[in-house]
Design a binder for this molecule. Structure first.
Ligand code: FE2
Length: 460
């Protein structure tokens, strides 16, 4: 909720920028490794115009910030994702759509909410897609970051598209889902072949519409999270938020064979919680194991609970064990430190990893990240890379060293903003030595606003 005169998500380094630039041969403090060739791209909200009504961080138009790295030299570009809504508002010279904190515009012929394409990116079958869970993906050209347009898999896409699809590193398949807040089917589940063909979409039954931001895969299964952050349009008529966390409902985790459907999904129940992001999942004996950042409740995107939970909105790394033979669930906290945007070496996605990376939240009412935590799940220990006083980063993405054989042989890459100098850098940290200074700090020629998810695309 907005409580200050200036919305904090339109202020300081959450404020949008409006120049789209390309700059090569960026200054580097330290040295960019020669075995690091590719492009880091990060998505995030960047409202083109002054918002209508209450502005939420999730509302801004998508803007991509990319750093291409080759032979130790870096080039920066930033571009809006030119969605239909972005173009309509460009023509109008002002905002047309309001955001999530306002009622949907049911009379807008282009949809009640704008598909901002602002959340995340996925590289699959030679195509980069900019994603927002409310609508269709947008294809983006690399390295230019120019928007090609909506991507529908030759018209086969019949659902919305999660911002967090999973690419199986062995089969090359991409697994995704789309959820529907108000109308059944509330969940549709799809598999795309390694070649980029949408193979199948099946409905999965849910009791009602829920906000389902992420999911997980293992070698053989897909895990859905039916958590009690529910949609109910009737609440709007009572002056309440359409979306609300219902603490008296259970969390349900559905485990379905990758090529299965609603007939063979198995549901496991555990106490109410919310999860924005999973780190990974894997199979171990009779168990399917899920690691994710769990909050005991959330007021994100809804009005505050009448009985506030002191742990609300604090994400902490947890592990669930779902036993497929006994039907039991075992849930445990792995760390009481608040962290979010967890990632692994994605060459091991769906398989047990020794390491995981998450981002340490600063002690702030705003989502600021003060460092990167490297978890060693075999020892139960962790190490933290700190960005330094007054410096905050975002999601750190793991980029493997070319030809690497060790799981953690590579770098953690994120944009960091220095609040004192109001400048931004791309920070490259050796994943095998996270407490050391970054191996490289690439000076970005303009401010990079805090944002959401990134992707590393290896190669020229
Ligand atoms: Fe996300």
């Amino acid at each position: 909720m907005v409580t200050t005169a200036v919305n904090p998500y339109l202020d300081r380094n959450f404020a949008p920028i409006h120049q789209e630039i390309t700059t090569d041969k960026l200054p580097v403090i330290g040295e960019l490794p020669f075995e690091l060739t590719g492009m880091f791209v990060r998505n995030g909200p960047n409202p083109q115009w002054t918002p209508i009504g209450q502005y939420h961080w999730f509302d801004g138009d998508g803007m991509l910030h990319g750093v291409q790295i080759s032979d130790g030299v870096a080039t920066y570009r930033n571009r809006y994702v030119q969605t239909t809504g972005w173009k309509k508002e460009r023509e109008a010279g002002k905002a047309i759509w309001s955001g999530f904190l306002e009622p949907p515009q049911m009379d807008n012929p282009h949809g009640g909410y704008k598909n901002t394409a602002n959340t995340a990116l996925i590289w699959h079958a030679g195509q980069m897609l900019a994603l927002n869970e409310g609508g269709k993906p947008h294809a983006v050209k690399l390295p230019e970051l120019d928007t090609i347009g909506e991507y529908t898999y030759n018209g086969k896409l019949v659902s919305a598209f999660t911002a967090h699809p999973k690419v199986d590193p062995v089969t090359g398949e991409m697994i995704f889902f789309g959820y529907s807040p108000f109308m059944p089917p509330y969940l549709q589940y799809s598999v795309v072949s390694a070649q980029g063909e949408l193979l199948r979409t099946v409905p999965i039954d849910l009791p009602m519409g829920v906000m389902m931001h992420d999911f997980a895969i293992t070698e053989n299964y897909t895990i859905f999270m039916d958590l009690p952050l529910t949609f109910n349009p009737a609440r709007a008529q009572r002056g309440e938020s359409v979306m609300m966390f219902e603490s008296d409902r259970s969390s349900r985790f559905g485990i379905v064979p990758r090529h299965g459907d609603n007939s063979n999904i198995r549901w496991f129940e555990s106490p109410a919680c919310y999860v924005f992001h999973t780190l990974n999942a894997y199979e171990e004996g009779d168990e399917v194991v899920l690691i994710a950042c769990r909050m005991s409740s959330t007021t994100v995107l809804s009005f505050a609970d009448s009985q506030p939970d002191p742990d609300a909105n604090i994400p902490r790394l947890h592990r669930w064990r779902f036993n497929l033979s006994t039907g039991t669930v075992y849930e445990e906290m792995l760390d009481d430190v608040a962290s979010e945007f967890p990632r692994v070496n994605e060459n091991l996605l769906g398989r047990q990893t020794r390491y995981g990376y998450s981002n340490k939240m600063a002690n702030s009412p705003l989502p600021l990240f003060e460092g990167i935590i490297k978890y060693d799940f075999s020892s139960g220990q962790s190490q933290t890379h700190k960005f330094g006083e007054g410096r905050y980063g975002g999601e750190a993405v793991f980029a493997p060293r070319r030809g690497a054989t060790a799981e953690d042989d590579g770098w953690l890459i994120t944009f960091v903003h220095d609040e004192g100098s109001d400048t931004s850098e791309l920070v490259v940290v050796n994943a095998q030595d996270v407490t050391a200074e970054p191996v490289a700090r690439v000076i970005i020629p303009q401010r990079v606003p805090y944002g959401f998810h990134g992707a590393w695309v290896a190669g020229e």
